[in-house]
Design a protein around this ligand. Sequence first.
Ligand code: ADP
Ligand code: MG
Length: 597
Amino acid sequence: MRERFLAPTVGAVVLWGVVVGVASIAAALGTSSTNTLVTQMLIDAIVVVGLQVFIGNTGMLSFGHPAFGAYAGYVVALLTMPVSRKLIQIPDAPWGLAEAEVDPTIATFAAVAVTLVVGAIVGLALVRSGASSGAVAATMITLAFLFVTHEIALNWTDLTDGGGGLGFIPRLDGRLPIVLSLLVVLLVGRWFAESRPGRLAKAVREDGLAAAASGVDRVRPQMAALFLSVLIIAVGAVLRVRALGSMTPSFFYFDYTLLTLAMLIVGGRNSLTGSMLGVVTITAGIEFTRILAGESVSIPGLDWLLRPNLSDLFLGGAMLGFMLIRPRGLLGDWELDHWLRRWIPLRRRSTPGAVSDRSGRKHILEAKGIGATFSGFRALSDVSLRVETGEIVGLIGPNGAGKTTLINVMSGLVPGHDGQVLLDDEDLTGLAPHDLAARGIGRTFQNLRLFSDLTVRENVEIARIAHDRRGHDIDVDALLHAAGLTDVADRRASELDYGNQRRLELIRATATAPAFLLLDEPTSGMGEAESSAMVDFVRHLAGEIGAGVLVIDHDLHFIVSICDRIYVLDHGELIASGSPDVVRNDALVRAAYLGED
Ligand code: ADP
Ligand code: MG
């Protein structure tokens, strides 16, 4: 097994042991109603893992995921109900369902398959809307999906018998299938978070724009997370229906959404360990409030609270409280295996070698006649420039001259501009940012954009694994070493000081093995010594990977000292270009840039 999956595997098994252990103790100490509660809790745990896989890894909030459970629940109910019972409840069921009776195992596979088809349809809408209109649109889609599913279940009475629901579904025999399923889904959930699609999804969650600029195409990782979460929820739903022996439209509706989301949010949506803590905490809390609301307890002055729906109040209150005070939940993104890792012996990493061994082919990146307009304001007009591999080209100009906009155009962030972006005479105009990154155009941002909650190493690794390009041979350890970040490689990116964050962003861009690096003010906010160290570092990295560099800086002296050629922008127009000497002595440049007459 690959080393990076070892600790998560151990972690998931231990986590499973703890949850099942707690459940067994509760079941042994309690009454038969506790027994039912424990079964329910273990099933909820499975569903919450399903929610976590999607919501945790993609950061897209979904209210609708339990509705996937409704499809699985109805399929298993319709396929396994005794024919004698169907002829009474749903004699007019379509597709000959009234006469069919299938083995529960086969019915489970059918339920999962049908639910995955529903997931594919909803998922495409979800992931696409997330790309075009943001996370709110995606959340609204999930909510609408929940309502629509409920209405179908209520109204398609030939199939579902309406609100009363379907009964006499063959019951599960003991808790073993639930306990085993929980183990499998915990393992799969933890593996997914460490897998390539899981890590890419997390990068998009942290910063969609920076992920795209690193070559991450958001659709595939997000769809992978969605499919896996739908699969897990379908399994949980089948178990739930078979544990209860019945299925109604309200089983996977608002109450269940509220319950499972509260579990996820209270525990920590970015962590499987946290989600499981949430499941146990919320289950215990509900049980406690249920006992409190019983007639035997009386609290003077608070009796108005002690009503049967006290547990709903508790759920809503817990969610509200956590969203306000501790939105990352009890555990944030801490996983059991982060802690276990100390006891699991890992092979020591080899000493880092060279950053890469790129072949020395020559490439030319060209912007031709670029124009860009923002709501009537002309930010760039007819700007052309060219960078070859192996050279460092400067782009200077006063604030607001259009420098950042030009880099945005060349990295695909300004759709609908005029002119062309060419790589070796191939027209790349109009390509998405992740496609341009995949063609070898890497960039950094004027205002740092790191994957803040991921570790330093993950920031770099994501860029390396985002695409498989030929001749792509970047050593992440060597990059970390070159940037002086080896000792902090396992820290969160957000914990680094500013200079280290700047260097991290630069090596993240380098990790895509770009043919061209577009750097937007890499020394901004740095003192003189730090700036000049940064300049050396840029030069060193570019040399190692054989890239061409286009660098923006406001400091004319700095640019003059490192660049082979310089372009000067002012008010969106190119006013000069040429060697440092030519540009420095250009009258127009001195006027625009240095304020001389
Ligand atoms: P520079 O990087 O040279 O300081 P920019 O490229 O950031 O300049 O900005 C050039 C001009 O374009 C500025 O006046 C800025 O306000 C405007 N601009 C840039 N991006 C946008 C945008 N997305 N929407 C509206 N105006 C923009
Ligand atoms: Mg700028």
